[in-house]
Design a protein around this ligand. Sequence first.
Ligand code: WT7
Length: 665
Amino acid sequence: MSASSSAIESMLVENRVFPPSEATVKAARISGMEGYNALCAEAEKDFEGFWARLAKENVVWNKPFTRTLDESNAPFYKWFDDGELNASANCLDKHIGTPTENKVAVIFEADDGTVTKTTYKELLARVSQFANALKADGIQKGDRVLVYMPMTLEGVIAMQACARIGATHSVVFGGFSAKALQERIIDAGAVAVITSNYQMRGGKELPLKSIVDEGIAMGGCESIKNVYVYQRTKTACNMVAGRDKTFDVALAGKSTDCAPVPVGAEHPLFILYTSGSTGKPKGVQHSTGGYLLWAKLTMDWTFDLKPEDVFWCTADIGWITGHTYVAYGPLAAGATQIIFEGVPTFPNAGRFWQMIERHKCTIFYTAPTAIRSLIKAAESDASVHPDRSDLSSLRILGSVGEPINPEAWMWYYKNVGHEKCPIVDTFWQTETGGHMMTPLPGATPLVPGSCTLPLPGIMAAIVDEVGNDIANGTGGILVVKRPWPSMIRTIWNDPERFKKAYFPEEMGGKLYLAGDGAVRSADRGYFRITGRIDDVLNVSGHRMGTMEIESALVSKSDLVAEAAVVGRPDDLTGEAICAFVVLKRARPSGDEAKAIAKELRDWVAKEIGPIAKPKDIRFGENLPKTRSGKIMRRLLRSLAKGESITQDTSTLENPAILDQLGQAY
Ligand code: WT7
């Protein structure tokens, strides 16, 4: 674990600490470290009682639960499993008849700047009407519905409508390819797709529906009976008679009342595919009761949400962050939230800051990659600097998706938060459903680059390869020792893989393995994530499996004989994808190498999506292998970084190819 030792060094030099102001502590829901410690003590003392209390206080149950945690079939844990609820009712109906019903739920700002506001009452009517449209086509509880939508209010409506009738949604990010879509339709056995004719991003109109058509045409998607098409733009798209209908047609004559269908707490609210360490993405299955509890509760805890807040999470609904902190959490908590369709750099890189001013945003939650790119933009063009906007409405800042480097943290803290907004650096994963480790704005002293401490009830720890605890100050493997309500329930269609990937026998079969390395500081016991310990990369906060990209490359079988993919650090994107490729023809150089590299990049974009395109492609006559034929990835990682090879290469079968693979063209 060499990554950990360098992290320890930076931890030792990181001695800046920013405690919350007295006023913040006083006004906060979890007030001071005493408040935090009291909740942790409650969870330690009576683990089930703690969760039962929170589940009763924060979730509206149609049928109250009597069992809190069922561990009889561990690691397939069940929470609140004899209780019944509906997720959409917990986000919408619950506010009706309260002052929240006429509150703005969503301020939507389109790519072109058009703003629309929707109240809770209006949103409930729209969700209900769409739910009735799905019902009219026979879609029912337990069916899977694929959502391939732009970042629009209609995307959230689609998800909420599924939840309302007990259908399990599976959202696929609008940047994924037809092939990726087809694979997910097949794996989930989806009966319908909800999509849009086009999407608007950065002033450009990009197709979505044609990609759905292409994906379905690839075969194996006979389960799809209906395709719903939101007409985001006026441009016509292909419509298949008997299968496809526009939203307008689907909604015509449908009532705006639709009784929410109660489901068991363990009913799968959604499946969200994410990359793992094999070539095939994992369908992470989440529950309804435990997930919803955590979505609501972390809004209150992590963001210390107040009724007057204007919350803005910039994540797309295609990722878990957009599920928990756009589609469910803010609504369950009764917040006013901003939903933004576009990109941070259009029409200029001041867009985020201008929007904060325009909508008087109070809580702003974004990714380190976005911050780093906006720092760069502000440094070269003063007109897009956050100083040009009035950011005085802000009170809390958040970071999510990847480690935030202390330099970016300090810039965010000073230039966006004006040294008065705590930054909650939230560590979590698709699998965890919601925040796991994060500072609390009115309690935790901040240390730049550290996600600080686990939330109350989250039993995070650092262990060695066999599951033994490791002392603070030493790097190790991040685990969670006890289950928690919003945890992944299984991998859709693959319970064995779920067990192996997350509860490995080598570590006793009881510890949840996050897949990250971490170190705790010797002084405060604060956690710092040191990066993935498996073959998963984090590029701009997007999770990519190296094996997935390798399979995509070798599937171009007329050209590629072999491929190995590794990550290398990148100032802007966190990590960058570097592919080492052996062709079925002579090793190319110069312009030919450039042309083939472009062809391969385009191929990967078509197979997976543009986000998986390798930044660097190097060609060699072979890959560095041991005598037993194992690819020596640590050497490739060094080559990717442009380091000279100082490691022991004595076991290397073919040392000469290191020179070839080190060469750019
Ligand atoms: C991986 C999970 C968190 C939801 C969005 C990404 C990395 C995430 C942090 C953070 C350091 C972080 C981890 C994790 N990660 N947040 N605050 N500090 N690393 O979800 O796509 O499932 O990726 O993102 O490596 O395992 P995801």
